[in-house]
Design a protein around this ligand. Sequence first.
Ligand SMILES: [Zn+2]
Length: 460
Amino acid sequence: MLGKWIVAALSLAVALVAYDREAHAVWNYRACVRLGIQTTDSGDPSVPGRNIAAGPNAGGTEDHWTTCDNGCNAMARGIRVRVSQGAWNEKFWADPATGCFDFSRPTNTTNNVFTLRVYSKAQDAAGNVLRVHDSPMTVGTFPGTVFSAVLANVPLLKSSGAPQPTYLTVNDNLNVWTATAAAAFTLYRYHDGIANKEFHIGLDTTSCGGSSSMNGQLATEITQGRQHIKLGSCAVGNPQSRAKFIVAHEIGHGLGRFRANANGNAPWDLGNATTPNACGFGGSYSLTTKEFNSVGFKEGHAHFVAARVFNNKESEGAFSLQGNYEDLERWGGGSGAASGGRLKNECCVSSPAQSCASSWANAGTNEDWLRFYWDVYTNVHPDCGTRPGKATMLDLFAVTRNRASLGTTNAWCELRAAAATLNQLPQCLRLCRLAEYGTHNGVDTSACNNPDPGFDCSDF
Ligand SMILES: [Zn+2]
């Protein structure tokens, strides 16, 4: 009798194991999404004007997304995807490092054919989220509507063990997906010190340009965790939604504001309209015009973020903006070796040559400030070799920006004062080499170029 019970119990156990195996048998899947994109500003070593024109790094380009003006497949980093099959559906965030995500489905009730809806939304490893949407000047919790593309009835590789990747590419609206891919790449590469923030990026189909992180209300919700951005996104022409350095630049403004936890900009001024001035002034600014240094301070910093996104951390690097292709080490398309950057060497060319020192006071050009920030970040010196991290570079901006005494003409002095408080920088960098980089790159340092009295800079 006992033996009979044992046999029955064993049979039940075997049946339960068999049932369990049947019920929980799954196929494992890994979907990897790629976005078909086409930029308008990527470097190309084989196209004149799309690489550094002169100097020691002639022919050089940025490190990432080169030749993408011809079209590229970009990893959909951290992209949002809805997967469905019949009545079942589930949403996923792809891994920012790979653009892939995994899921499992029962073997007994499903096949390996799925429909994927890919959204113009992505998340980075620190929980920052971006949304590309259709309402460029609207602010608030979730302005506008995000875009999506459907990959219908696609077979995915199934595995009973480790999932095997299936690569899928969205080939749809280039403006939407280039902007989404560039923004996701930006946050993947530069989110240090920033977490759980939102970037709402509205595409303005009425204009090719006019991109901004500031117009109207766009930067009024920083303290609520939201930066709103507008990107020019015309259907015909050169939309800035496909200019990767501009997408990264606008996000760079947001990163600086989030680090400062401050809405809007500090005071800034397009003036410094002293003649003669070969670099132009007044009304607007570009990479190469001359304004008060409050403009270079904020625009140069946003350019720096964009430069860092598409260049690795080394001394050499390249930067592209609206047809200008620049060397991150040397002004003049890579040819400029003389100290003083573009401000002192190109902005005043009247007779007698280089004579208009009176128009330089507290002035700057955005490209000079970009090279200044890049040199601080890539600081090289045998006895002062510590290089700042990306969060520290946001701090350099944010602590300056939050100083109550920051005005439209004193950005350099305020930045020096802010740097002096950044203990994560070695003294030789914040007290000595910082000023040297400013002077070398054409930031007008004359109002505050005295060595720090408490530290001997003579070795640096
Ligand atoms: Zn800007």
